[in-house]
Write a protein that binds this ligand. Structure first.
Ligand SMILES: Nc1ncnc2c1ncn2[C@@H]1O[C@H](COP(=O)(O)OP(=O)(O)OP(=O)(O)O)[C@@H](O)[C@H]1O
Ligand SMILES: [Mg+2]
Length: 225
């Protein structure tokens, strides 16, 4: 049985205009990512990793060429259509964690379920057990401003896991974590991939982590090398 491509990127470029004129930040990129794959994206700071991730996840439709997610050309979809595609199938953990300051740790994790109207006592229990898995049960009622950077990152990861998305995009998922917590998160990620077949696309600076992935894409100055 051949695996289906979940993401197809062809002749993808992105330019931004700055005071110095038009700045190319992604340049003629081509690749596909298949169902159940684990892919690491490596590259120096400023090489275009976050820009590429945002396009693939349907967060940024301002690109040239083609970027398809689940066979749909993302720039051809309306804002609402992209939001609905993300809500159904996509999890995203941002480089900045984007927790909601007015919600406590447990409420932040439950947010995707709340938005999609799926919140139930059973799923709240699931959120609590996730909180336990990431070692933060004792912080359930804490607000983001009272959590450390690593704790916030773990909450953001749990929030992305809770709705069991088909594909999970992560921007430096272990960036704020110490070795022990980093390993715990990585184990959780690969467990999701193994048990649920979640496709994982992650930006990382961690060479060792990238080697655990089935494939590594390396960006240099907006180009795939
Ligand atoms: N909206 C924008 N306007 C102007 N320049 C931008 C914009 N977005 C990104 N850039 C530039 O494009 C380049 C790529 O940015 P990007 O955030 O994708 O890099 P990155 O590889 O994720 O870097 P890092 O490892 O530091 O997070 C950078 O030089 C950045 O300054
Ligand atoms: Mg980045």
């Amino acid at each position: 049985m051949s695996l289906k491509p979940l993401i197809e990127v062809q002749q993808l470029s992105k330019n931004v205009s700055s005071h110095e004129g038009v700045l190319p930040i992604l340049n003629d990129i081509n690749f596909s990512i298949y169902e159940k794959e684990t892919v690491a994206i490596l590259g120096a700071s400023g090489s275009g990793k976050t820009s590429l991730l945002s396009i693939m996840a349907g967060l940024d439709p301002e690109y040239l060429g083609s970027a398809k997610l689940f066979k749909q050309e993302l720039k051809d979809l309306s804002e609402d259509q992209r939001a609905s595609l993300r809500k159904k199938h996509v999890g995203f953990v941002f480089q900045s964690f984007l927790l909601i300051p007015e919600l406590n740790a447990l409420e932040n994790i439950c947010l995707p379920l709340e938005i999609s109207g799926k919140l139930s006592p059973l799923l709240i229990d699931k959120a609590k057990s996730l909180l336990d898995k990431i070692g933060l049960s004792h912080r359930a009622k804490h607000y983001p401003s009272t959590l450390s950077g690593g704790e916030q990152q773990r909450i953001a990861l749990a929030r992305a896991f809770i709705s069991e998305p088909q594909v999970l995009f992560l921007d430096e998922p272990t960036g704020s974590l110490d070795l022990g917590n980093g390993k715990m998160i990585i184990d959780l990620l690969f467990e999701l991939n193994r048990d649920l077949g979640t496709t994982i696309v992650m930006v990382t600076h961690d060479i060792e982590l990238s080697q655990q992935c089935a494939r590594v894409l390396t960006l240099k100055g907006g180009k795939l090398v």
